[in-house]
Design a protein around this ligand. Structure first.
Ligand code: F3S
Length: 64
């Protein structure tokens, strides 16, 4: 699985990071700068929860 973040939609809620800090990276202002990242199997459930936590729907999950 891969996570992809539409940084144009991110408004810095940081909920993704609060749920899944192992998956998402924020800049010093709290904006998600992950862009695209392959998620290891053991973190997939966490990544899904983090994506669902984003109120801006800025995070997409792409299956392999
Ligand atoms: Fe941005 Fe959504 Fe996370 S607005 S910081 S991607 S919770």
């Amino acid at each position: 699985m891969k996570v992809m973040v539409d940084t144009r939609k991110c408004t810095g809620h940081a909920r993704c990071w609060a749920v899944a800090p192992q998956v998402f990276t924020l800049d010093t202002d709290g904006y998600n700068v992950t862009l695209a990242k392959v998620v290891p199997k053991e973190l997939e459930a966490l990544a899904q929860r983090g994506a669902r936590a984003c109120p801006e729907r800025a995070i997409m999950l792409v299956e392999d």
